[in-house]
Design a protein around this ligand. Structure first.
Ligand SMILES: Cc1cc2nc3c(=O)[nH]c(=O)nc-3n(C[C@H](O)[C@H](O)[C@H](O)COP(=O)(O)O)c2cc1C
Length: 208
């Protein structure tokens, strides 16, 4: 696996963006690009993990299966490398399209493998970052999502994962109507611009 860590030497806390989308020109990718530019304008160090373009394998095999009797188990090189990338990170931002009221499998696999027993949790271990922000692009509309309590369900899932990794400061941002066909979004280009502006505020808030 080739690491796609792109560091820029800047002055303040480091932000690590983990993201998942098969297309490098997707709206998800455009959001990530805007986040990186916003972070750079705030003099934040930025590192990026583009799971698709790095060829990350999401499938947890025996090499990375936790051994509950041995929190010091040595996992695969890919897992050790990616966990080491978190060592000096202050803020994690995870960006993903909502797929089946969840995250893309490649991103789930990242958590399965990299946030592993003895590294991210167990025997006093934790993710070193102090905060995590989740940005999920949602095809459908906000009112339906909230009426059906999908936001509460997702918030609970994502915040539980953060807490298991020892990160108490966890917030979720939803970018709604990314498809916009059923909701009759008249100007998708303008709507997407607004979503990108919404996402940038997440980075702004990290500096406050
Ligand atoms: C496999 C798959 C599952 C999806 N599941 C949902 C879903 O559960 N709820 C929803 O609102 N949109 C769903 N969508 C729509 C995506 O959220 C939408 O395509 C995405 O937010 C658009 O961002 P993108 O242009 O970067 O792909 C799904 C899309 C795919 C491909």
């Amino acid at each position: 696996m080739k690491s796609n860590l792109t560091d820029t030497a800047k002055t303040s806390g480091k932000t690590y963006i983990i993201w998942a989308h098969p297309r490098a020109d997707s709206l998800t990718a455009q959001v990530v690009d805007a986040l990186k530019k916003q972070a750079a304008s705030q003099k934040m160090d930025v590192a990026e993990l583009d799971l698709y373009r790095t060829g990350f394998d999401p499938s947890l095999g025996t090499e990375d299966e936790p051994d509950w009797q041995n929190p010091n188990k040595i996992y695969s090189e890919e897992v050790r490398t990616l966990f080491a990338e978190l060592a000096d990170v202050d803020n994690i931002i995870v960006v993903f399209p909502l797929w089946w009221y969840s995250m893309p499998a490649i991103l789930k696999g990242y958590f399965d493998r990299v946030w592993n027993y003895g590294l991210a949790y167990g025997r006093g271990q934790r993710i070193p970052a102090r905060s995590i922000r989740w940005i999920s692009l949602v095809g459908g509309a906000q009112d339906k999502f909230e009426t059906q309590s999908k936001d509460a369900y997702m918030n609970d899932l994502l915040t539980s994962m953060a807490l298991y990794g020892g990160i108490e400061d966890s917030k979720v941002e939803y970018l709604y109507n990314t498809i916009g066909v059923e909701e009759d979004i008249q100007n998708p280009g303008e709507h997407h611009k607004q979503l990108i502006e919404q996402a940038k505020k997440v980075v702004v808030s990290l500096a406050q």
